[in-house]
Ligand binder design. Structure first.
Ligand SMILES: Cc1ncc(COP(=O)(O)O)c(C=O)c1O
Length: 392
């Protein structure tokens, strides 16, 4: 049975706070894309109430009518303090940051700073599907350097891809997902240092999407890309949006390493008009005062990943998976089930449970699904029951 999380902070597990009936009243994508008889464990939204400091900050802003345009550096200051406390990294300099509308639009702006139309941008599939969409829309050539079979960066493949990408003498960028969505892999300091060395050797510019950084689970440690030797030329995107469930309160931060400061300074001033001021207030409150809530969430997610492993072993042993080191997402290898390339379709139509189809995650996605564990243990159990029923 499920171990009930008692975080030392004394905060209750937010994953146990809401009922299915209450969640179904939500109007966001997770809850409104499928009919009510479908259990949704797909898009990266969490079934949690917001951290109390976030609610208070936003409520105060609304009461004050403080709903204008964003100003100041409070968000960056809160992130710098969080980075120091959480990751022991004191290298996040507020003057080398800029607010951006959200992480993906921040990625677009960073890629624009270091490459031009038609240039290659390297990604590590299976990876977050919007990487393909946004980069293609930006007229970049998406170039795959697949993860290894162990779900980790394959440095030999990466080197070969870097070499081929710059062979014609053009510019290339590398969009690193750290931690990695959908496998939940946390890249080690050694792996990231090797990436930085390769980037330097081949003149490839690194843009690191570190949106999942606060969501590292017990047993792993997050290493900021900009903190590793050679990471000084990197650009990173960070945000409170995934860890505190604030996707509807748009804001994110672009962060430059010391040797990329001049690049970030070239970002057009109007990009900073995009984030929501109320979003900035919410994200700042989360990073500054939302750590006990985050710790309770992580304890609950740790329980859920153990619960899922037990349930799959008991009911769906043919599904292979490696418990995620970070994120609330789990990547399930369903190839042995005989459901073809798109098992999510069978789980949806026959089991009435919505997971993400692996097909959209690029090479290595066929036969896989992504499952969102940011929900109650009861919903995780019901999801596995429905997945098993789809095979009957
Ligand atoms: C790796 C990654 N990057 C970016 C995003 C989206 O972030 P935003 O809503 O800030 O663009 C997500 C959302 O799940 C994600 O997983």
């Amino acid at each position: 049975m499920t171990r009930i999380a008692h975080d030392p902070s004394g905060e209750p597990n937010p994953l146990r706070a809401l009922t299915l009936a209450g969640l179904r009243r939500r109007t966001s994508m997770k809850w409104r894309t499928y009919p009510d008889d479908v259990l949704p464990l797909w898009v990266a939204e969490m079934d949690v109430p917001l951290a109390e400091p976030v609610v208070r900050a936003v409520t105060d802003a609304l009461a004050l009518g403080d709903t204008g345009y964003p100003a100041g550096t409070a968000y960056a200051q809160a992130l710098a303090a969080f980075a120091e406390k959480r990751w022991g990294w004191d290298g996040l300099a507020v003057e080398r940051t800029a607010i951006v509308p959200d992480v993906m639009l921040g990625v677009v702006e960073m890629v624009k700073l270091v490459s031009g139309p038609g240039d290659p941008v390297i990604v590590n599939p299976p990876v977050y599907p919007p990487f393909f969409q946004f980069l293609t829309h930006l007229d970049r050539r998406v170039t795959e350097a697949p993860l290894g079979v162990d779900g980790r960066l394959d440095l030999d493949v990466l080197e070969e891809t870097f070499r081929a990408s710059v062979a014609g003498g053009g510019r290339a960028a590398y969009l690193l997902c750290s931690p990695h969505n959908p496998t939940g892999t946390v890249h080690t300091a050694a792996e990231l240092s090797a990436v930085a060395a390769l980037a330097d050797r081949y003149g490839v510019r690194v843009v690191a999407d570190e949106i999942h950084a606060p969501l590292v689970l017990p047993g792993a440690d997050f290493v900021p890309y900009l903190s590793v030797p050679g990471g000084e030329r990197g650009l990173s995107l960070m945000s409170a949006s995934k860890a505190w469930n604030l996707a509807g309160l748009k804001a994110a931060l672009a962060v430059a390493g010391p040797e990329a400061a001049a690049d970030l300074a070239r970002m057009p001033e109007e990009v900073g008009h995009g984030p929501s001021h109320v979003g900035v207030i919410a994200h700042t409150a989360a990073l500054r005062d939302g750590i006990p809530w985050l710790d309770a969430l992580l304890a609950g997610l740790d329980d859920n990943r153990r619960l899922l492993a037990d349930l799959l072993a008991a009911r769906l042993p043919a599904i292979a998976h490696r418990p995620a080191e970070a994120t609330y997402l789990t990547w399930l290898d369903c190839r042995a089930l005989g459901l073809g390339d798109d098992p999510a379709a069978a789980f949806l139509h026959r089991g009435r449970v919505a997971l993400n189809s692996g097909l959209r995650f690029g090479t290595g996605g066929a036969g896989h699904v992504r499952l969102n564990l940011a929900t109650s243990p009861e919903i995780v159990e019901e999801a596995v029951r429905r997945m098993a029923a789809a095979l009957d």
